[in-house]
Design a protein around this ligand. Structure first.
Ligand code: SAH
Ligand code: SF4
Length: 382
């Protein structure tokens, strides 16, 4: 069996090269070819000795994910559905904005957390992605976008681990992928521009603060344990006092001086003015006197089985106002890629229901759009 080189961060690749009898700088060269130049063919790696290239061919490969579909939204958002084998598929979404390009990356096929408002949660858990499968999403998207936009320089400036799955539930595989994102010999992303989003796995938040302190987003969704228990079942294990204390601890190591709380706006469930006031009280009890968190209110993206509806714009604005009047920076997330179901909680519908994956893919293929101009730039089709 050949080794997938995408599974390694630089340290892992160095170890691998050493086992082949190669020096450390060879690993750096190889790492740069793979992640900076997007190379997968060893023969293209012209400054590697021919003998090393031959050796690599026998034992290793750069194993990309097979793309099942690619959809490009009218607003420039691109969603890819990747086949990860065994009937499972995961998605990555590219969101272009004027000053950045963000890739939303999946960490698991399905999710075991079972949050009520999340379609991935409703599907249940299938399996953890390997480190290589996580980084392959970035590897592929960056390579695609450079070609598509005919750009030499990096297109993806930000990564958010907000696709399918709970990243901290797949900690061991997440870590090398994060390190590769940050490595100057690979993607060279700033810690401030790589965000791990978690439903609140407290011990793993502490580990992350030590191992690889990137920006942190916590999916809060409720101001009280009674409600959060119901929306995010993990709360029964790590209730709000523990979660908030973990956020406080994380802040000491965080690359930014705040943590982002995500809050999905559910009509009549968690969107009442009284609940906004409870949130203000909750965050004031932690983090000291200075502002230490931001709120990102996410309009709920409904799906059939949830039995929930999206809060009205008016209700969301009132809620946001209460938070911001209390000095908490609050934003309302724009929904992007609506026409291709690329919004939060709408990713890869049918992972558990394997028989339907093929059907869904077939459906997606038929609605695949032609490449259109990304951003406001005009781009020739490639
Ligand atoms: N498992 C991680 C990251 C993936 S979900 C987490 O829960 O944080 C990314 C964000 O999308 C989370 O804040 C999640 O609560 C939110 N989300 C999930 N389903 C949604 C839906 N149907 N509408 C809007 N946001 C949703
Ligand atoms: Fe999993 Fe996050 Fe969805 Fe909850 S919101 S079920 S943790 S992916």
């Amino acid at each position: 069996m050949t080794v997938n080189l995408l599974d390694f961060d630089l340290q892992g690749l160095t170890g691998f090269c050493e086992r082949l009898g190669e020096k450390r700088f060879r690993a750096v060269q190889l790492f740069r070819w793979i992640h900076q130049k997007g190379a997968s063919d060893f023969d293209a790696m012209s400054d590697l000795a021919k003998s090393l290239r031959e050796k690599l061919k026998g034992v290793a490969q750069v194993k990309a994910l097979a793309v099942l579909s690619e959809q490009i939204s009218a607003d420039g958002t691109i969603k890819w559905l990747f086949d990860v084998g065994g009937g499972d598929a995961v998605e990555a979404v590219f969101i272009p904005e004027d000053d950045r390009g963000t890739l939303c990356v999946s960490s698991q096929a399905g999710c075991a957390m079972g949050c009520r408002f999340c379609s991935t949660g409703h599907q249940g858990f299938s399996r953890n992605l390997s480190s290589g499968e996580i980084i392959a999403q970035l590897w592929f998207a960056e390579r695609f976008l450079r070609r598509h936009l005919q750009r030499q320089e990096r297109v993806i400036s930000n990564v958010v681990m907000m696709g399918m799955g709970e990243p901290l539930q797949n900690y061991a595989e997440l870590l090398p992928a994060l390190r590769t994102m940050l490595d100057d010999h690979a993607y060279g992303l700033s810690r401030r521009r790589v965000t791990v989003s978690t439903s609140g796995i407290v011990p793993k938040m502490d580990l992350l603060s030590q191992d690889c302190p990137v920006a942190l987003a916590v999916s809060l969704h409720a101001p009280t344990d009674a409600l959060r228990d119901n929306l995010v079942p993990l709360n029964k294990k790590y209730p709000l006092v523990e979660l908030m204390a973990a956020c406080e601890r994380y802040l000491e190591f965080a690359p930014r001086d705040f943590i982002t709380f995500e809050y999905c706006m559910l009509d009549g469930v968690n969107d009442q003015p009284e609940q906004a006031r409870q949130l203000v009280e909750l965050v004031r009890a932690y983090g000291g006197a200075r502002p230490w968190c931001k709120f990102n209110l996410i309009p709920f993206n409904p799906f059939a089985q949830s039995g929930l509806t999206r809060s009205s714009t008016q209700q969301t604005l009132v809620f946001a106002r209460i938070l911001s009047d209390a000095g908490i920076v609050t934003t309302i997330r724009k929904t992007r890629g609506d026409d291709i179901d690329a919004a939060c909680g709408q990713l890869a519908g049918d992972v558990m229901d394997r028989t339907r994956v093929g059907e869904r893919i077939a459906r997606q293929r038929t609605i695949m759009l032609k490449p259109v101009a990304l951003h406001k730039r005009t781009v020739e089709e490639t």
